[in-house]
Design a protein around this ligand. Sequence first.
Ligand SMILES: Nc1nc2c(c(=O)[nH]1)N[C@H]1C(S)=C(S)[C@@H](COP(=O)(O)OP(=O)(O)OC[C@H]3O[C@@H](n4cnc5c(N)ncnc54)[C@H](O)[C@@H]3O)O[C@H]1N2
Ligand code: MOO
Length: 394
Amino acid sequence: MITVSEALSALFSLTKTLPAETVPLRAAAGRVLAETVTAGRDQPPFDGSAMDGYAVNGSDAQPGAQFRVTGESAAGHRFDGTAGPGEAIRIFTGAPMPKGTNRVVIQEDVRRDGNMITLGDRLDRGDNVRPAGADFRRGDKMQAPRLLSPSDLALLASMNIAQVRVARRPEVALIATGDELVLPGETPGPDQIIASNTFALEALFRSLGARTRMLPIARDTRASLRAAFTMAQGADLVITIGGASVGDHDLVGTVAEELGVQRSFYKVAMRPGKPLMAGQMSAETGSAMMIGLPGNPVSAIVCGHVFVAPVLRAMQGLPACAAKLYAAALSQPLAANGPREHYLRGRITPEGIFAADRQDSSLLSVLSDADALILRAPNAPAAVAGETVHYIPI
Ligand SMILES: Nc1nc2c(c(=O)[nH]1)N[C@H]1C(S)=C(S)[C@@H](COP(=O)(O)OP(=O)(O)OC[C@H]3O[C@@H](n4cnc5c(N)ncnc54)[C@H](O)[C@@H]3O)O[C@H]1N2
Ligand code: MOO
């Protein structure tokens, strides 16, 4: 069995970066910027007021000083003249600073009487001016690759970028396998259960920028699995779920090989997720990358986070690296770990992080309650409360 990090390296060496496409800015959230963007303007483009008040020459702004108001500068409508000595310009937030002024006295600090203003006794010290280019300057860059956040979209909009080059969305085909499975809404037979983990995986992959195709459930026969692989053609990544272990009806590996899949690895020293497999489909069946996830619902979903998510990021041009780890102190002790790297379902609280009591890989109720996968290295000794552990948020 290989380690989790060996499995990830093997997956990354099967991963092909997808080409770029142009999308309107509004469609770019959650996509990966493929080409560096350069600002064509300064923001703000002028020295502007940060407050509503009166623009004056700062050296004249003494407590009790008086000014005559000779004009107005509003956002979108600058005052074209110049403020002379003893003159103030009424100004509003976002408006360009008039010539002859470099400070805004907020209106709360001013008494106005007709066209005259008198400054109060205690003036706030700031100049309340946002200098031109304070946010960014013409020529500043947003570097690719970068996963575009909602805030990034606002920054790009402010740079006057209407469309961006992003990596094409990975196309992922999902194949659930097993005679025991029916879809939610159907009536299961006495020996049947409802296919569940594909719904989590599909949602996870979509949140990572993928397009998904949920194929009909493949039955535990060679013919049905072959038909499913055929339907997956055109996808960049084919994900099978179940049928990965050593039972007589676990046919995924066999059929994949019959179809010419070049196996990269099978079995990883982790819990849950041991019977993970991966390979490369043949040119005749579409050349997609294939990842075979274990069927146990929690195993499949944990492998989605630990392996498929980093692959989808790398396909879109982000650095090929494992899921980001965070650190937290344990609020409850942990038992010693066995020989496989363990991804314990846990919860983060203000008092620290703790692992759920029940860790069987069939328990979706426990996974649904969890917001973290706590990592335990192979053979890690028991850990006491207060010790720091690493986790992947889920
Ligand atoms: N003798 C051994 N038996 C098993 C081993 C082993 O090493 N030796 N490994 C165990 C581990 S670990 C896992 S994980 C499972 C994985 O087995 P498969 O990938 O072959 O999965 P299945 O047998 O098809 O299903 C396992 C379990 O999960 C349910 N399942 C499957 N697909 C779905 C789905 N889409 N939605 C909901 N539930 C699903 C299925 O009904 C089974 O209960 O093997 C162990 N056995
Ligand atoms: O690896 Mo299995 O995924 O332990 O349940």
